[in-house]
Design a binder for this molecule. Structure first.
Ligand code: SF4
Ligand code: ZN
Ligand code: ZN
Length: 315
């Protein structure tokens, strides 16, 4: 497609945005993107969310989240900082932390670090135990659970009211379809852009839920941000039902731009409010004291298992 002119200023454009049916120059693409995130914020988030942590891994999505949301929070005068979860992945965690610090420094923000090692193990240990089949669950699934736990615990212990993550539209589509296919309809409520906190659960937010991964990529490029080039050594690259369903919708979206956004909006605004949650109550984990659907919680069970397996290996 020949390069067009920016819809706003008429200068030579750099970005073709199919779902907006528009070309934008660099400056007006940045403006367009920031406006999109601000609209999500105004619709779903409280005006004053309280002290906020932006979880940044160094990938394109969380880096885009950092810049766009920090701008909104700065304008609102909301105190915010960056959270990096150090999982102890050799050669990857350190590299990622450097990139996160570089971006945060550009915005004058502090980076706070929650370390898995402080709980007696790292993701390297998990990877070894999975490889030797002493733990039978994919590393990435365990890693996701660990990140959610550490994020919440760190935020709670340090007095934050909200944690933001960079889940994007592509993730949202895969998760929505997989929940429908498996019949776990109540899981869809996890996709609310803002989930209020209670007890020791800090409020969580996903401001990029209606934003394609590729939009985030263009945004970080346009603002001259840096993202982690290294790939996590534990990434398997295997396709899952989630990723295959996501790719199918994104390929239809290529022919009908904006279809995925429509699906996400309808899921959040029309489907989720109709879901009646089963009266499952959370209990308090007897080990760590945090709310959980089981006692001990998943993290404490994992921690105990890893410590047992690691010490039996030493004997
Ligand atoms: Fe964790 Fe998997 Fe991501 Fe590596 S690729 S950081 S193991 S979720
Ligand atoms: Zn322009
Ligand atoms: Zn626990």
């Amino acid at each position: 497609m020949p390069r067009g002119k920016c819809r706003v200023c008429g200068r030579e454009a750099e970005y073709w945005v199919p779902w907006a049916n528009a070309w934008f120059c660099r400056d007006h693409y940045i403006e367009y993107y920031n406006r999109r995130i601000k609209r999500v914020w105004d619709k779903y988030f409280p005006n004053d969310p309280g002290d906020t942590l932006i979880a940044v891994s160094g990938g394109k999505d969380s880096v885009a989240l950092l810049y766009s949301v920090s701008k909104i929070l700065m304008e609102k005068g909301v105190r915010h900082n960056v959270l990096f979860i150090d999982l102890g992945i050799p050669g990857y965690s350190d590299e990622s932390l450097k990139i996160v610090k570089w971006n945060a420094g550009r915005l004058g923000l502090n980076v706070e670090v929650a370390r898995l090692e402080d709980y007696g193990f790292t993701l390297r240990d998990i990877h070894r135990l999975v490889k030797t089949r002493r733990i039978r669950r994919p590393v990435c699934s365990i890693c996701g659970m660990i990140k959610r736990y550490l994020m919440n615990r760190y935020a709670y212990e340090h007095g934050y009211s909200l944690v933001l993550t960079g889940h994007n539209l592509d993730d949202m589509i895969g998760f929505t379809l997989a929940s429908l296919v498996s019949g776990r309809i109540e899981d869809l409520v996890k996709l609310r852009p803002y989930v209020e906190g209670h007890d020791r659960l800090v409020a969580r937010g996903k401001p990029l839920l209606f934003t394609y991964g590729v939009e985030n990529k263009w945004y970080v490029e346009a603002i001259g941000a840096r993202i982690v080039e290294a790939v996590c050594p534990y990434r398997t690259g295997e396709s899952s039902v989630n990723t295959e369903l996501r790719d199918a919708v994104l390929s239809v979206d290529k022919k009908h731009p904006g279809l995925a956004i429509l699906m996400a909006r309808n899921t959040v605004d029309k489907l989720i409010p109709r879901i009646r949650l089963p009266g499952k109550t959370l209990v308090r984990c007897s080990v760590c004291g945090y709310p959980s659907s089981s006692d001990p919680c998943g993290f404490c069970r994992l921690r105990e298992k890893v410590s047992r397996l690691l010490s039996s290996k030493k004997k």
